[in-house]
Write a protein that binds this ligand. Structure first.
Ligand code: GLC
Length: 440
């Protein structure tokens, strides 16, 4: 543990209204506005973010969710006092598999970061795929820099389907497996928590009746090999079975799927869990993350998720919320500023995840979130990040920023870390992530 120059805000409730001192970014005023605006409907669409849900179940939660957003409309004011934060930084590697619950393990995790557009890039075959989307090869120095900044958890998205032999063996290219293991070890050596996921498999992992038998067979074959390779690793290594399982281009792609698609995703979750557990060793107790159709947080999708009877299960969800702010859409309803009036959109998601999973003892991880840089709106992204991460942290949900390495090139400009220069692009955003994550 070492001290970070960053400061956290100690919120001291005041009886009289209107007293707010200390450092600048008050989220309280923003939050108060958020409740009033929470019900204002914005047409949204996009990856794991749409609030347009055509499922009928959704209305059942609306009243509770609207009430939940009023938690942010705190009428009492606060004094904010700067207190120093201690961040973990690089710590000892642990290869222990402790007998602790999923909830206890997740409670240890603080701030998460995605090594995006790298080991899941599909631009080339073989080992060269790692750099095929423009990112440099992963180095130990990059991971050290991320860890030293305060990120104690890392998600390593991996595409496996591009690196396997033909059916029925689907043998993973051993060189690819070795490279993944090498990168995983960079992070474990720093004492980090590491998520390996199975990403960008949409070309074959199609959850419909026509494909499901073959999909299930390949999913099982891949996870069996990955689980075998890592079965002796300790509890800092976590597997996330499916990234955004969905039918690309289908009508409900970003709406949480149809009834039958959700059932098929449940089937894939189950075979992932059964396969990993059957490999034995530390995999019997490893934390496994299952997910909803498309990693959706929408009510229809999360209530349809079947949780296997197993003590070491968590739920992975993606929420780029609200889409109007976090992505570039070019639509008339796009948001560039974060004035707090849409804060209720964030609170609603957190409430929903809490009431569906966390209150039932199932931990949740937001394994993807983030906001793109648009028109150099860093100050606005700082405010959004504060609203988002504080709301998640309050519920005990660790968040993993989606960093695809894209900052000033074409594409979704999610990057916060400059991997070539080992420096930070939007450092105020990064500091906000760290400060809010450590305020738990
Ligand atoms: C999903 C996609 C990834 C994309 C990200 C943000 O994870 O798989 O390609 O960059 O969402 O849009």
């Amino acid at each position: 543990m070492h001290k970070l120059k960053l400061v956290s805000k100690l919120m001291i409730p005041m009886i009289a209204a209107g007293l707010l001192v200390g450092c600048g970014n008050s989220s309280e005023a923003d939050k108060a506005n958020g409740s009033a605006a929470s019900s204002s409907a914005i047409a949204e669409a996009g990856p794991a973010s749409s609030s347009v849900d055509n499922t009928t179940e959704d209305t059942s939660n609306n009243t509770a969710e609207t009430e939940a957003t009023s938690e942010s409309a705190n009428t009492s004011s606060t004094i904010e006092e700067d207190i120093p934060i201690e961040i973990k930084g690089i710590t000892e590697r642990s290869d222990e598999m402790r007998d602790i619950s999923a909830k206890e393990l997740v409670a240890e995790m603080t701030a998460g970061w995605n090594l995006g557009n790298t080991l899941e890039a599909t631009g080339d075959a073989g080992l060269s795929s790692e750099t095929s989307w423009g990112n440099p090869m992963v180095t130990k120095e990059q991971i050290d820099a991320v860890c030293e900044k305060g990120f104690d958890s890392i998600r390593i998205p991996v595409t496996w389907g591009n690196h396997v032999s033909e059916a029925p063996d689907y043998t993973i290219d051993p060189e690819w497996m070795d490279r993944v293991e090498e990168v995983v070890n960079y992070a474990l050596d720093d004492g980090m928590y590491v998520l390996i996921d199975s990403h960008h498999e949409e070309s074959w992992r199609i959850p419909d009746e026509e494909h499901i038998e073959a999909v299930d067979a390949e999913n099982i074959a891949i996870w069996k090999q990955v689980a075998e390779r890592f079965k002796d690793y300790g509890d800092h290594l976590i597997f996330e079975g499916l990234n955004e399982p969905r039918i690309k281009g289908s009508a409900d792609e970003w709406n949480g799927g149809t009834y039958s698609e959700r059932l098929l995703v449940n089937r894939l979750n189950k075979s992932f869990v059964d396969t990993v557990r059957a490999t034995g060793g530390n995999n019997e107790k490893r934390l496994l993350l299952i997910t909803t159709y498309g990693d959706s947080h929408l009510p229809g999708a999360i209530t349809a998720l079947e949780i296997p009877e197993d003590e070491h299960i968590g739920v992975a969800i993606h929420a780029y919320e609200p889409y109007a702010f976090t992505y570039e859409s070019g639509e008339s309803w796009e948001l560039f500023k974060w004035d707090g009036s849409h804060n209720g959109d964030i609170i609603k998601v957190m409430y929903r995840l809490d009431s569906t999973f966390i209150s039932e003892g199932i931990p949740v991880l937001l394994t993807e979130y983030g906001a793109v840089n648009k028109n150099e709106n860093t100050d606005e992204v700082v405010k959004w990040t504060e609203s988002y991460v504080s709301a998640a942290t309050k519920r005990g949900i660790p968040c993993f920023w989606w960093d695809n390495g894209i900052y000033d090139q074409q594409g979704e400009k999610f990057a916060i870390f400059d991997r070539k220069n080992l420096s930070w692009y939007r450092e105020e955003v990064v500091d906000t992530i760290i400060r809010e994550s450590y305020s738990k």
